[in-house]
Structure formats: structure tokens, C-alpha cells
Ligand binder design. Sequence first.
Ligand code: PMV
Length: 350
Amino acid sequence: MSRRVTVSAPANIAFVKYWGARDLERALPHHPSISMTLEVCRSVTTVELREDLARDEVWLAGAEGRLEAPGEAFAARVRRHLEAIRAWTGRKERFRVATRNTFPAAAGLASSASGFAALACAVSLCHPERTRGIWAGASDAPTAGELSVLARLSGSGSAARSVLGGYVEWPAEPGDEAPAAGLAPAAHWDLRCVIALLETGEKAVSSLEGHRRAPTSPHFARRLELVPGRLATVRQAIRDRDLSSLGPVLERDAIELHAIAMTSEPPIFYWRPGTLEVLAAVRDLRRGGIEAYSTMDAGANVHVICPPEDEPRVATALAAVPGVGGLIRDRVGDGPREEEANLLAGGAGR
Ligand code: PMV
């Protein structure tokens, strides 16, 4: 019976964003969001269930597999997530955890979705007997719905979507803990996501703080009116594999998130001059007949969604934009998977 599990879970990029929480403690949104699960940008996490530990151990798996002590804020957030999972499952065991990202750690990309989805999946697979708490009655592995709820207990709402592959909707029915659910598998529609890297540091204002401030923007109430129509268009466009319908909506939704951030009290400016340059380059690509649409999370980097045949030209164009420090060529993916690696095998580096 294995008590150590490694899982890799992907990041995701939302077409209709989660921005503004109606319950920040529980990371419950004001409205549904829809995303595409990525493949290349992943967090890999090994979890070892230990009955002899007084406290959870948290490590970063650094260069050549050496274990490094993470910053205190990161370790505290992982411990809080483990505590929340224990409270939910009614279990007591402590864990040793080691984690790393497949994408540049300081790339300013949101790694909380992939990181906490990987942690939730690995912890739940560490309980082979699954006889208590949410596993009561479960005959085999936990359901995707259970994993989605466990991932969200981290406080990262977008993590709720990263436990599933393909195209995913996270609903927002008032008063419940609705998990994310799949709209279509990755194989339904091969979309690419070229990420233009503009920012290589931690962002100045966390998305948690962004969610807190969002309702202070005068535009937030209007967004709540617009989102239902937008969700309907995005669902239909995914069903029909219709990028011409999807693209303008996902681009508008991202700009709106940033307009709300910029008009929150106090305002938050995530964009850099290079962000505007990339947005202009994407519009130029469209004028040249390339189907490419931009979107941004709570940061300066730009994700450009396009069909496979346009990806090489999109990558060439983005690489030439001043300020772009690198590209990640990603695509829609199948979601979390168990891995052979044992990140806890490396010795402690410091
Ligand atoms: O996952 P959180 O709670 O850190 O929120 C991030 C939300 C965005 O990435 C900005 C948008 C989204 O829906 O993914």
C-alpha cells in the first residue's frame, strides 16, 4: 500500500475570469468562470503521508533535485491548505511535501492553480483506504468534483478548475460548494496558448487582494450583468469549436478584469508597457489574417490563444515584441496525472 504519491497538475487559462469573491475565506466566486486546462505549465508535487511528524514539512525541489526550504509565506500557505484538507476529510496524518514547477518559477505566471491542484490530488491519492470523511462510500479514486473542492480549499479559486482536463466550468450557485466540471475534453478542440513573458518577479498585489478589492470598482456591478451572456457565448463556441466567436469574448473579459483592477480602491496596475505592445501585436496578427486572441491573468504576461496552424507565426511575432523576455508554447491538456518521480528523494540543500 503506497503512502507516497507524486502528481503533476497543470495551470489553466480562463476565458471568462474569476475576479472578485463573494466569500474570500472559502474562495467562492460571484459568478461562474470557464477555462482551458494547459499542458506544459505544470506543478509536480510529491506527498508522503507520515504518522510520526508533529508538523507538515514543505520543500521546494530545486536544481538537480536538491530540496530547498521555501519562503515562510509559501510554506505557511501549503500548511494551511493541508490543514483545510484534514479538516474536510476528518483525518489527522501529517505530510512531507516537495514541489516544483515545470515553468520558470519567477516568471510571474500564476502557479497557485497548478500547485494547489497537484497538492490536493496527491494528498487524496495518499489515502488508499479512503474510508472516512469525503471518501466514505467512495469505491475507488475520489471524484473530480471532490478533488475540485479540495483544491479550492487552498484559497485559490482557479485551482478548482485545474483538477480537470480540457475545457472546464466552475459554477457559482449561492450557498453551496459547487465543484468545477468538464465542458469538453482536450481532444474535442486543439487550441494553442503562446505565453509572452514580460514580468519575472512576484507580482506586487496578490490575486487574493485583487478579489477583495474588485467589488470596490464602479465597473464591477456592470460586469456581473454582462457575465451570463458571455458564459453562454463561450459554452456555445467551445461546443462548436468556433474561435471567431470565442476569441473576441475572451479578449474582452481579460481587459475587463484589468479595468476593474485599475479602478478598484486602491487601484491595482498589473500591466507593463510590454503588455500593451503584445496586445497591439496580436491585433496586427489578426489584421494579417491570423486567428489570435490575447488574455491575461492577474499579471503582466499575455497568453495568446490560437489554432495549431497559426502557432508558429504567433510565436515568431510575439518573440519580436520589445520587452518580451521569453515564450512558453502551451496547449490544451488532459489535466493532472500521477508521475513516477519522487521529489523527496533528493537531499536537503540548505
Ligand atoms: O486562483 P486565484 O484565487 O489566485 O485567482 C486567480 C484568478 C485569475 O487567474 C486572475 C483569473 C482566473 O479565473 O483564473
